[in-house]
Each structure stands twice: as structure tokens, then as C-alpha cells.
Design a protein around this ligand. Sequence first.
Ligand code: ADP
Length: 363
Amino acid sequence: MYKEMQSFLWTETILQSMEDAVVAVDDEIKGVFLNRAAQQLFGAKNGITAEVFFETLTPSQLKDSLIKVIRSNKRKKIEIEIKRSGILFYYAVILVPIKENGGGRPGCVAVLRDITEKKKLEEMQSEFLNMVSHELRTPLTPIQVYSELISGGKCGIEKAREYSLIINREIKRLGALIGDVLDLSRLEAGKEIPLSREHNDLISIICEVKNTFSASAGRHKIICDCPVPVKVFADRDKISQVLINLISNAVKYSPEGGSITIKAGESAEESFFSVSDEGIGISSENLKKIFDKFYRVQDSKIKSSAGGAGIGLSITKRIIDLHGGRITVKSEEEKGSEFCVFLPKKENTKEVTENGKEKNFTG
Ligand code: ADP
């Protein structure tokens, strides 16, 4: 008897310690058991009658499924949504019939697991796919229109030059986005972004990228404030990708135009460059999240035509981390933003991996 009692208490302790919510009802739908997690979830006390519990139970889908399983004697899997303090949570529910066993009542037991995080990630991924396909399609229109104008042969040499620079810019942007997506899929697969670091002149990389934007910057004026050559030990293509991401954002998030200033310089230890704009800026709340994967600020000031897949800055940060560098951002709403990238000059640098550990990096 003592042993049975101990085993009963242990079972009770296990059920009460579970993170998943457990709800059980008897076959007459009179008695109901709720473990601690279920009591919190439904705001009900264990020991209330099933009648009272069912009266207040939302969603009714759970009540219906409990009854169905008792009647059919077959297990069932469902997904339900529950609103708590105004926030929607998602639960995967497994309902299993309880068979009569040594005096215990038959009925049904339901285990509810919180899958809100997983659901949100799935939603973000499908939103991301829509964004990426839209972003990949967008540059194709100007490329087609301007190449047709050039091949029509009526636009004159000056215009043809201007149009070809626009085509070039769109191709570069397309390349940077494809680069971001490939880098992201590598990181998702647990692989690292490959780097090929060489001694480069940072100013020549900046000028190359700037020229592709300048021809068709429209209302934006791109100023390059980089007086002297600046040595950098970096992957040229990856630094171009970072610059394209930062300049594209400066253009996108300065809908009224204004100046975009690129600066560069060096100290004994580091080379640096910055991209600043006079755009809509970023609130301090959002500043903490902009380097997160898929994060996009939801703001009425941002036109839907601005586009974006929410990966540019997360990849940018990863590329800079891999170089052993750092990126900082200063921003004020309605005034503008400044992104500053610092890259170490030494060939052997310490690099912080995604899980926060340091690893030696030999350039
Ligand atoms: P996206 O493709 O949405 O531009 P990013 O990862 O490049 O994705 O940027 C993340 C978010 O950071 C953007 O959605 C935008 O809200 C904000 N952001 C980035 N750069 C700027 C900027 N220069 N000015 C204002 N907001 C910016």
C-alpha cells in the first residue's frame, strides 16, 4: 500500500512538473484533471467539474475534440490558437483515449505543447520567400526597359552610357541579394561563409560600388568623403556586398532623398568606412533588432515599394564578424542613420562565432 501511495505521489509530481499542459476528462464528462501548466493556461483550478470547465473553455475546438476522442476511442492530433493577454499562442494537441485500467476511469487525456516559436518561424520563412521572389523580380524590369532603349539605337551615346550604368547597378544589386540568400542558406545549413582575404585598397572598392549607384541615384546625392587610399585586408567581393547593402538601405529608407555620405579612414589597428543618410532613422527599440535575421521594421513611413527581405543587415554583420571586425549604428528618427564598419588590419584576428565562442582566424 505504502509503495502504491509513493508511486501515485511520484506520478502526480511528474504530471505537475511538466511544461506541457495536461487535461484529462472522464468518459461521463464529469471529472476533469488539470496539471499546473494547464491550470495556468486556462485560468482554472484542478478539481472543478468538467461542466464548469467546459463552459469557460475556449477554444471550443478542444472541448469538441475531447468528446470526439471519448466517443470514437481513437487518438487525434489538432492545432489550436489561444489568446493570452491579447497575444496569440499556438499549441499542438495530442488527444489519446484513456482505457479502463484497474479501477481508473476511462476518458481522454490531452497534452498541449506550445509551438508558437515554431509557427512564427514558419510564417517568417514563407514571408521571406515571398519577399525574396519579389526582390529578385524587381530589378528585371529596369534591366529589360533600359536594354531595349539601348538596343533600339535611338537614345544617343550619353543616354546609352547612363542607361548601361543603371543596368549595371541593378545587376550588382541582384548579385548582392543572391549573395545574401546564398550566404544565408550556407549559414542555415551550419556551414560558414567562405572568405578570400587579400590586401585591397578600400577606396577603390568604395568608388566602384558608388559609381554604380550614382548614375541613377535620382533624388539622392551620393557623396564620397574618402581623401586618401585606405589599406584593408578583406574579401573584396564581400566588402562590396556589405557596401551595396548599406547604400541600398540608405537610398530605400530616405524616401525624400537627401545626401548619402560615405566616409573611410584608418588607424594603426583598424580600417573603417561609414555610410550615413538623412532618412527616416530607426527608433532605439528597433535598433536592437535590425541585425536579426528576417527582422524588418513595421512602419507606416516605409513605403511598401521599398521592398526588402530582412536579411541584408544580418548577413552584413556576419561577414564583418568573419573578418574579425564590428559594425556600429547611430540613428535618430526623422534625422537619419549612420552605419560604421571597422575591420582589423592584422592578418591574425580573433573571430567570435555565432554561438559567442572565440576562434582563431588566420588570414
Ligand atoms: P531589408 O531588406 O528589410 O532592408 P535589412 O536587414 O537590410 O533588411 O534591414 C533591416 C531593417 O532595418 C529594415 O527593414 C529597415 O527597417 C531597417 N533599416 C536598415 N537600414 C536602414 C536605414 N539606413 N535607415 C532606416 N532604417 C533602416
